[in-house]
Design a protein around this ligand. Structure first.
Ligand code: ZN
Length: 587
């Protein structure tokens, strides 16, 4: 059905566009269509498996210097071909595809030639995830999938030999992460897989060949772990490990490739500082309003931070129960959908319902709630909203979790993850006829949309304009805002651990555990933590500018639908393609 729809859309386009545009678009689509993607997947089989493209699943290219050189050469050829297109002759859709693709390929080239994380980040070498996906996804019969896994296993020893040759002068943080995560990889290659093979329909010969490859692969992973442990000890002794901090030049370049919101890292950092101040001031006003209701007969502390912290603690006492958590999430989704419909915020696609379920065991332990969306190669598959039941939590952990996701915050979480946040955005993205934009989606646009949708729902009256809702949501926005501040602070301004922990605890009102986890995440990643605030503020600003420009004629629903219709393209690219008329009310 979607294929048919796509053809229909395509033929409609052919009728309305001018002949010159048509010819250039056709040339672009021929050059960078499915055949081109097949070449790309051939060179990036792990990524292919993660998006549901299995034709190359048996490949595991070794990260050798020769392979890197060949790949850079291939990228150069593609970039030259892209440069040959005259932008003026392309339709907006093709122009945005071209922009997304160009940035993707340039960013890959920059990562290999300038950032060189293949040298200093040993955790980028790990064979487990695609194998786990091939074992758990029913895209083909079990024997067929096991044969594919075996082809991969045979290449594992060469893969880790090349990884060891590539690494020089790594950071200790990434070395230790690699030890941890490759130890996890041994589990994927462990006893459960042996049992699965023994009970499978492979022939006796195939089974013993599989087990032989499996043993050799395990030995290669173990050897890599031992080698990394010795390396880590040496780095500790000699004190010459690379710093995990990126420094200003690399940070700004990575920011430009990853975020694409039209600002620099420095500008976003400064904006986040101002936003933090604004949120504190607003929360202080709200706290004064709410104080008599929650602390009758007492005067609030003179210190603003103390006052806000005390009110957060009091409001967080209102929450659902441990047993009722998953059901409460299920109850809220239809209410959110009804609100979006009744308030004319967006059209929801009733044919692509969201299914709320308990997170499957093999996916637990990462996040409490997440959306499992079908990739562009399987757009008819179901979309799941995974919610982890609190069964494995100790009473203390459950209590702390339930206060964090209290009565108000849980609603914000459901808006962010599901309606009209990630789930709704993904349904629109899968409908946009561009594979390129769906595949090379921009993280800042995706996270920015989810955060923007929270604010938009509250503005439209979700929660009945309750001061408690705005107050708790502001605490959530503070987290997003301080993530941006600390990422820049750590990587560019050299902030130490204590300074960062203080910021998270005192300025963003987060727990000790949250603060320590954040420090670790910020030292292992770069720029990613800023994507929420970057995307959110870019989308919000753009909407406000259009509102100002169009006055009464501005139509929120049309704005949302046109905006999402470009797929997960960077906000700056969408902005360059949308016209003010796209946000005008239908006469
Ligand atoms: Zn999100």
């Amino acid at each position: 059905m979607p294929v048919l729809l796509r053809r229909l859309l395509l033929s409609l386009c052919l009728v309305v566009v001018a002949p010159l545009v048509m010819a250039s678009d056709a040339a672009f689509n021929r050059a960078f269509g499915d055949d081109w993607l097949a070449q790309y997947w051939q060179r990036n089989p792990d990524y292919a498996v993660s998006v549901g493209y299995y034709q190359v699943a048996g490949l595991l290219p070794a990260p050798t210097a020769a392979n890197r050189r060949r790949y850079i050469g291939w990228l150069d050829v593609q970039l030259r071909q892209i440069a040959g297109f005259d932008l003026a002759t392309l339709s907006p859709a093709a122009r945005s595809d071209l922009a997304v693709l160009k940035t993707q390929l340039e960013s890959e080239r920059w990562t290999l030639t300038t950032l060189k994380s293949w040298q200093w980040n040993p955790s980028q070498y790990n064979v487990a995830e695609p194998i786990a996906l091939l074992l758990s996804t029913g895209y083909a019969s079990e024997p067929q999938r096991l044969r594919t896994v075996q082809r991969r296993l045979q290449q594992v020893p060469a893969y880790y030999a090349a990884a060891k040759a590539a690494i020089s002068h790594p950071t200790r943080e990434h070395t230790r992460l690699a030890i941890e995560q490759n130890t996890g990889a041994l589990e994927v290659l462990g006893a459960a897989l042996e049992t699965q093979v023994a009970g499978s329909q492979l022939t006796a010969g195939e089974r013993s060949a599989f087990l032989r490859s499996l043993r050799l692969a395990r030995a290669a992973v173990s050897d890599y772990i031992d080698w990394l442990k010795a390396l880590d000890a040496r780095l500790g002794r000699d004190g010459n490990a690379r710093s995990f901090r990126l420094g200003e030049a690399l940070y700004e370049q990575k920011f430009a490739y990853d975020i694409q919101s039209g600002s620099t890292g420095r500008q976003l950092y400064e904006r986040a500082l101002a936003e933090k101040e604004r949120l504190h001031a607003r929360m202080s006003v709200l706290a004064d309003q709410l104080w008599p209701r929650y602390f009758p007969g007492t005067t609030p502390p003179a210190d603003r931070v103390q006052k806000i912290a005390q009110l957060i603690a009091r409001l967080s006492e209102q929450h659902t129960t441990r047993e009722g958590f998953v059901d409460e999430v299920k109850r809220q989704i239809p209410l959110l959908e009804a609100f979006v419909r009744d308030h004319d915020l967006l059209t929801l696609d009733a044919s692509r319902p969201l299914q709320v379920r308990e997170t499957p065991a093999y996916q637990r332990g990462f996040s409490i709630a997440s959306v499992n969306a079908p990739g562009p190669y399987d757009p008819t598959a179901k979309t799941f909203y995974n919610v982890s039941p609190l069964d494995d939590y100790t009473p203390e952990q459950a209590a702390s979790f339930l206060s964090e996701y209290n009565r108000w915050q849980l609603q914000v979480l459901n808006i962010h993850e599901a309606v009209p946040g990630h789930y709704v955005q993904l349904v629109y993205a899968n409908k946009s006829p561009s594979r390129i934009k769906t595949l090379f989606g921009n993280g800042a646009m995706i996270e920015g949309w989810a955060v923007y949708s929270e604010k938009m729902m509250l503005e439209a009256g979700w929660g009945g304009h309750e001061a408690e809702m705005e107050f708790i949501h502001s605490k959530w926005l503070l987290r997003v805002t301080t993530n941006t501040i600390l990422d820049y602070g750590i990587h560019v301004l050299n902030w130490g651990e204590q300074q960062v922990l203080d910021l998270i605890r005192n300025d963003a009102f987060q727990s000790e555990t949250e603060a320590r986890g954040k420090w670790r995440r910020a030292s292992l990643s770069q720029v990613q933590l800023t994507s929420y605030f970057a995307g959110y503020s870019a989308i919000y600003d753009y909407r406000e500018r259009l509102k100002q420009q169009l006055g009464d004629r501005f139509d929120l629903k049309r704005f949302h639908e046109h905006f999402l219709g470009y797929g997960s393209a960077p906000v700056a690219v969408i902005e360059s393609l949308m016209k003010p008329e796209d946000a005008i009310r239908n006469p």
